[in-house]
Design a protein around this ligand. Structure first.
Ligand SMILES: Nc1ncnc2c1ncn2[C@@H]1O[C@H](COP(=O)(O)OP(=O)(O)OP(=O)(O)O)[C@@H](O)[C@H]1O
Length: 681
């Protein structure tokens, strides 16, 4: 069905492909790019930068198309209110070439910093508009209409960020969003197995022992933020995108993507973000950067089955080219110049309505494509509109296809399986790129998929990435949820800054205070140990040591929330091998303390060791999941195996070091016992 739809559409787009040629246009930058790439036959008399502007603060009647910075498109200038056809009419739009990344990618040199921000005038200008049309009111939102129409949010504070502060915005931020149980899950009496804390969460996975008794395995994860089911879309925006909006004006490219299994809330989460962001961008353009010649452009396309389709141009098939500087260009992509939030909203709605959906084994209305909406801020070199504007910064929103990967492999529908393979391939490639960036590798495997090729310029240079991992709380989705969180954990480990280490300590404190959950395996005592071997503590353990899993053996399926004291007891009972040690009298209390310290250290070490092994197993499992059906070509597969081997070797080295430390501690314990025994007799 999708196939035929696409064929129909591509048929239409072929018809649209008839272009007028103009030698003059070769004078433009896009034309030059075409020429330099031997593609002059593709060039159009129009750019794809469609004017979609209307000034006069939102009055549709006063909308007019601004004289374009590039060859003009006049036919749609008189687009009437609500007349979508006029806008989308291919003959009117005359799709041209959007050199999204080529010359545009050479960002304009330093922009003047934000001027003095006058919060009240800004408020006055925008108070009549609402930017929250997508927002679902929550119980927390009171009847303060004024506040709702113009949320008195962090943005006002963010506006006054100077460049230094902007630089302090994390390069990679990983946020998890948990959705509420849905009706289906409630009807099946599925349990909520996700317990959230400030910036950590625990997954309570029910497992079966060999004797078929149930037990709960807990998996703890720490992220930059964890948003529970009560958090509104407005708060999600504040936590994720709002802080990066001002730095788009500082020659930065930022990407915000949602990852998670089908039905986990990716679209629900992503949909309102571009609109809110463009509202904030326009505010900055109209106030802080007033009269500085900034322009906002919107484009929206999807990657479906490895091919690109323009969501704002009747799903016209697009092609991607790489220029001599290895910059990726999307040929023919429509880009609309916008200066009003309402218009952006129209465009987003149009694009969303055009997205590919199909039926999968996992979800009837599943998005099987990656949807990419880009907000580009441009400015011509001299700040006027007489010259072709160039990209100053870009904000990309990516609603990824469902990450359930292997789930559809049993599906009989060939098309669905091919889609699944493509999705697996791109998610694998995305992670590979992130991993390569993490390791400061010279070679970033962007070519692994269309998705990563498109994102290439958003990851290099001065870039920011926000990943929102969407998870279902339901026990039935446990495996997918763990996969999502592990993927997010890998992305998180990219963050080399102070964040991750701080998180561990913070989280440890949190966990110790609030529950008797298993402790992360690097307690302060161990990391501050004066023992020589402490220096040999593998680096990656400190960095990646987020997930701790501990089996708390339970007879029957007891609700996890009630188990704290039992867990404590079990933990104590777990030390049976030491309880037969001869008792020493109270005079030996110092020795007791020493012994306890040693026992604690040993237990931590054993936990860390087990965690390393588990993590390694997780990596292998996860990679296998991704590889299934990814259908990589031979050379990519070889590269992939080499990289995976390197990671596993690193893990093996970490495990080896832990084993050495363990042997060392056991020797100390034996010595200690001999000492205690000899003093006892
Ligand atoms: N935080 C939330 N609060 C309330 N409802 C939610 C939330 N997240 C998701 N939903 C609801 O759950 C359903 C599935 O969400 P959504 O379509 O966003 O999932 P998805 O991850 O995009 O799925 P797919 O990958 O199949 O497109 C929708 O009906 C949506 O309204």
């Amino acid at each position: 069905m999708n196939n035929s739809r696409q064929m129909q559409r591509s048929g239409v787009s072929t018809a649209h492909h008839q272009r007028q040629y103009s030698d003059n246009f070769l004078e433009t930058s896009n034309g030059r790019w075409l020429q330099s790439n031997g593609l002059q036959h593709l060039h159009s008399s129009n750019t794809s930068s469609q004017e979609y502007a209307y000034y006069g603060h939102g009055s549709r009647a006063s909308r007019y198309a601004d004289p374009p910075a590039t060859p003009p498109v006049s036919s749609h200038a008189s687009r009437k209110n609500g007349d979508e056809d006029q806008v989308s009419s291919p003959s009117e739009l005359s799709p041209g070439l959007l050199d999204l990344h080529s010359l545009d990618t050479e960002l304009l040199s330093e922009m003047p910093g934000p001027g003095l921000y006058n919060g009240s005038s800004l408020y006055q200008c925008f108070q009549s508009r609402s930017f929250d049309d997508f927002e679902i009111p929550t119980s927390k939102q009171t009847g303060n209409n004024r506040a709702h129409a113009f949320p008195e949010n962090n943005f006002l504070k963010t506006l006054s960020l100077d460049k230094d502060k902007a630089n302090s915005v994390a390069k990679i931020k990983v946020v998890v969003r948990k959705r509420p149980l849905n009706k289906k899950e409630l009807a099946k009496t599925e349990e909520d197995i996700i317990e959230t804390h400030a910036n950590s969460l625990t997954v309570h996975e029910t497992k079966l022992k060999v004797d078929l008794t149930e037990y709960v395995e807990k998996h703890n994860f720490v992220f930059d933020a964890v948003l529970n089911e009560e958090v509104s879309n407005e708060e999600v925006y504040r936590e994720t995108v709002e802080p990066i909006v001002p730095i788009i004006f500082q020659r930065t490219k930022a990407t915000c993507f949602a990852y998670g299994q089908t039905g986990s809330g990716k679209t629900y989460t992503m949909k309102p973000l571009p609109l809110k962001a463009s509202g904030d961008i326009l505010r900055l353009m109209n106030h802080t950067y007033r009269n500085q010649g900034f322009q906002l452009f919107v484009s929206f396309f999807e990657i479906y089955g490895g091919k690109l389709f323009d969501l704002l141009n009747d799903r016209k098939k697009l092609c991607m080219r790489e220029d001599g500087k290895q910059q990726v260009c999307i040929v023919g992509l429509q880009e609309y110049r916008v200066s009003d939030v309402e218009m952006i909203k129209d465009l987003i709605e149009r694009g969303n309505a055009t997205r590919s959906t199909g039926t999968t084994g996992a979800n009837e209305e599943s998005s099987r494509s990656h949807a990419i909406l880009q907000l580009a801020i441009k400015r011509s070199i001299d700040g006027t509109e007489s010259k072709t504007p160039r990209v100053v910064g870009k904000l990309s929103f990516i609603d990824l296809a469902g990450s359930e990967r292997g789930a559809d492999t049993t599906d009989n529908d060939k098309q669905t399986r091919i889609e699944g393979a493509e999705i697996n391939k791109s998610l694998l490639a995305l992670k590979e790129c992130i991993r390569a960036l993490d390791n400061d590798q010279n070679h970033i495997p962007f070519r692994g998929s269309k998705l990563t090729e498109v994102l290439r310029d958003s990851f290099v240079g001065n870039s920011r990435t926000v990943m929102i991992s969407c998870i279902s709380p339901s026990s039935g989705s446990c495996e997918h949820t763990l996969n999502t969180l592990r993927y997010a954990d890998r992305v998180k480990s990219l963050s080399k800054g102070s964040n991750s280490k701080k998180d561990i300590i913070f989280s440890t404190a949190n966990l110790r205070e609030s529950t008797a959950l298993p402790m992360p395996s690097i307690p302060p005592s161990l990391s501050s140990s004066k023992d020589d071997a402490a220096d040999a503590w593998p680096q990656q353990i400190q960095r990646e040591d987020y997930e701790v899993s501990e089996e708390s053996y339970e007879q029957g399926k007891l609700p996890w929330k009630k188990n704290t004291s039992e867990d404590k007891m079990r933990k104590a009972n777990g030390q049976t091998k030491w309880k037969d040690l001869p008792k020493v009298d109270s005079k030996n209390s110092d020795s007791d303390d020493d012994l306890n310290d040693l026992l604690q250290e040993e237990e931590d070490l054993v936990n860390a060791h087990r965690k390393q092994v588990e993590e390694t197993m997780d990596i292998v499992r996860e990679e296998m999941n991704l590889l299934v059906e990814a259908d990589l070509p031979g050379n990519q597969l070889d590269d992939y195996v080499i990289r995976l081997n390197a990671i596993l070797s690193q893990k093996a080295a970490g495990i080896q070091q832990l084993q050495t430390r363990l042997a060392h501690f056991q020797k100390r314990l034996r010595d200690h016992n001999v000492l205690v025994l000899s003093s006892a007799y």
